[in-house]
Write a protein that binds this ligand. Structure first.
Ligand code: 5AD
Ligand code: SF4
Length: 441
C-alpha cells in the first residue's frame, strides 16, 4: 500500500489502564490492515471510542462524544465510527438504536475480530459482543517497532469473579481468565527489545493471576513477577489492580526480595465499615485489610499505598462513613481515588435506595480532604530523599525531562536529553501537590 492510500484511525480512550492497553492492541491490529494512527479525529477514516461503563457519568460520555462526531460524518459519509470497550459490551446493539451514526460495536473480548467487523460494516451496522473462550491477544499482532514510551502495560489477567455488589466489571469483562506465563514472558521480552524499561502488569484482579506455567504447573502473580525480574534490560515492574483477598504470602515476599518490583501498591478497600463491606460483598473486614497492609509494609517499609473508595453506598450511615475516615487515618495513603456510589444497571446494589446526592457529595468532600492531606504529606516526605526516576517525556521548561519516581510520582528534573527513556538517580528538592522537582544525584 502506498503512503497516499493509507487510511487513518483515531482512537479515543476512557477508563482504566486495561482500556489503554486494548486501544494500543486495536491500533496495531488496524495498522496491519494499512491504517495509520492520527490524533486528529477530523482527518480519520475510522474513529474508535474505547469506552468505560464503571460509573454512570463515564458511560454517558460516549453519547455526548458521538453527538460531537455528527458533523464529521456529515462531511465525510465514508467515515466509520465504532464503539468499543465496556459500554459496547453492556449495551451492544442498543447503541446503534440510540445513535444510528455508529457503524460498529465491538466488545472487549472480540477485538481480534475488529478488522473483520470494519469490513462487514460496509453492509450495515456490525455488532460483536461475544465472549469467545479463546485469548483475543493470541490473534492480535504484536508490534516490533521501537516503543513510543519507555513504559508499557501488559494485560496478564482479565475479568473478575468477585461480584462486588456495586460493580459492572464481572458482567462487562466476564469471568476471570489468566494468560499463559510463557506468552507473557515473550511479550515482555519483545517490549524490552523495543526499548521498554518499565512494565505494569494489568488485570481487573491481577493478584488472582493463575496462569499455565511453562513447567506444566500453575503460576501465581509472584511466580510471574520473579520470572520477569530476570529479564535483562527490564528495570521496573508494577502491577494493578489487586484485591485484598488474593494477596498471597509469596506476593508479599516478592515485595521484600525483588528490587525491580516498585514500592507502590494500589490496593482498593472501598469502605471502612464492616457492615458496608459485607453489603458490598467484599468478603473481608476492615481489620483484615489493615492487618494485611501491615504485613506488606513489614516486607517493604517504603511502600507507597494507593486505594479506591466509594462513599454513599446504599444504606451507608454517617457513623459507617466515619469508619472509612478512620480506616484512612489508620492506613495512610500516598495517593487515592474516591467516588460517589453510582447505581449500575444489572448489579445487586442497584436495587437498593441510595443515600441521596447531597449526602454523597458532602461525604466525598470530607474524604477527599483527608486523602488530599495525606497525599501532600507523602509528597513533602519525598523531599531530601534519593530515588530513581524513569524519564518519559520532555518537560515544559527547556532542558527539563519528566518521569516517574519509584513511588509513581511525577518528577521534573533538569537533565541531558540522552537520559530520555532511561533510569537515573535523583534527589528530590521540592514538592507540589501533584509533582516533585529533583536534581540528578
Ligand atoms: N460506583 C462508584 N464507584 C465504583 N467503582 C466501581 N463501581 C462503582 C460504582 N458503581 C470504583 C471502585 C473500583 C474503581 C475502579 O471504581 O472504587 O475500585
Ligand atoms: Fe469490580 Fe470488585 Fe471485581 Fe474490582 S473486585 S472489578 S470492584 S467486582
Amino acid at each position: 500500500m502506498t503512503e497516499a492510500a493509507k487510511k487513518k484511525l483515531h482512537v479515543k480512550t476512557w477508563g482504566c489502564q486495561m482500556n489503554v492497553y486494548d486501544s494500543e492492541r486495536m491500533a496495531e491490529a488496524m495498522a496491519a490492515q494499512g491504517y495509520e494512527a492520527t490524533e486528529d479525529a477530523g482527518e480519520a477514516d475510522l474513529i474508535l471510542l474505547n469506552t468505560c461503563h464503571i460509573r454512570e457519568k463515564a458511560a454517558e460520555k460516549v453519547y455526548s462524544e458521538l453527538g460531537r462526531l455528527k458533523p464529521l460524518k456529515a462531511r465525510n459519509p465514508d467515515l466509520k465510527i465504532g464503539v468499543a470497550g465496556c459500554v459496547a459490551q453492556a449495551e451492544g446493539a442498543e447503541i446503534v438504536a440510540r445513535q444510528p451514526l455508529v457503524d460498529l460495536v465491538v466488545g472487549p473480548q472480540a477485538y481480534h475480530r475488529l478488522p473483520d467487523l470494519v469490513a462487514r460494516s460496509d453492509r450495515g451496522a456490525a455488532v460483536d459482543t461475544d465472549m469467545p473462550p479463546e485469548d483475543k491477544f493470541d490473534h492480535l499482532p504484536v508490534a516490533r517497532t521501537p516503543a513510543k514510551r519507555p513504559t508499557a502495560f501488559l494485560t496478564v489477567q482479565e475479568g473478575c469473579d468477585k461480584f462486588c455488589a456495586f460493580c459492572v466489571v464481572p458482567y462487562t469483562r466476564g469471568a476471570e481468565v489468566s494468560r499463559p506465563a510463557a506468552r507473557l514472558v515473550a511479550e515482555a521480552e519483545a517490549l524490552v527489545a523495543r526499548g521498554v524499561k518499565e512494565i505494569t502488569l494489568l488485570g481487573q484482579n491481577v493478584n488472582a493471576y493463575h496462569g499455565d506455567g511453562p513447567d506444566g504447573g500453575t503460576w501465581s502473580l509472584a511466580d510471574l513477577i520473579r520470572r520477569l525480574h530476570a529479564v535483562e534490560g527490564l528495570a521496573r515492574i508494577r502491577y494493578t489492580t489487586s484485591h485484598p483477598n488474593d494477596f498471597t504470602d509469596d506476593l508479599i515476599a516478592a515485595h521484600g526480595d525483588l528490587p525491580k518490583l516498585m514500592p507502590y501498591l494500589h490496593l482498593p478497600v472501598q469502605a471502612g465499615s464492616d457492615r458496608v463491606l459485607k453489603a458490598m460483598n467484599r468478603k473481608h473486614t476492615a481489620a483484615e485489610y489493615v492487618e494485611l497492609i501491615g504485613r506488606i509494609r513489614a516486607a517493604r517499609p517504603d511502600l507507597l499505598l494507593s486505594g479506591d473508595f466509594i462513599v454513599g453506598f446504599p444504606g451507608e450511615t454517617e457513623a459507617e462513613f466515619e469508619d472509612t475516615l478512620r480506616l484512612v487515618e489508620a492506613v495512610g495513603y500516598g495517593q487515592a481515588y474516591s467516588f460517589k456510589y453510582s447505581a449500575r444497571p444489572g448489579t445487586p446494589a442497584a436495587e437498593k435506595e441510595g443515600v441521596g446526592p447531597e449526602v454523597a457529595s458532602e461525604r466525598l468532600a470530607r474524604l477527599q480532604a483527608l486523602l488530599g492531606a495525606q497525599q501532600r504529606a507523602a509528597q513533602e516526605a519525598a523531599v531530601g530523599r534519593e530515588t530513581t526516576v524513569l524519564f518519559e517525556k520532555v518537560g515544559r521548561l527547556p532542558g527539563q525531562l519528566v518521569g516517574k519516581t519509584e513511588h509513581l510520582q511525577a518528577c521534573h528534573v533538569e537533565a541531558p536529553a540522552d537520559l530520555m527513556g532511561r533510569v537515573a538517580k535523583v534527589r528530590i528538592v521540592e514538592a507540589a501537590a501533584n509533582s516533585l522537582k529533583g536534581e540528578l544525584a
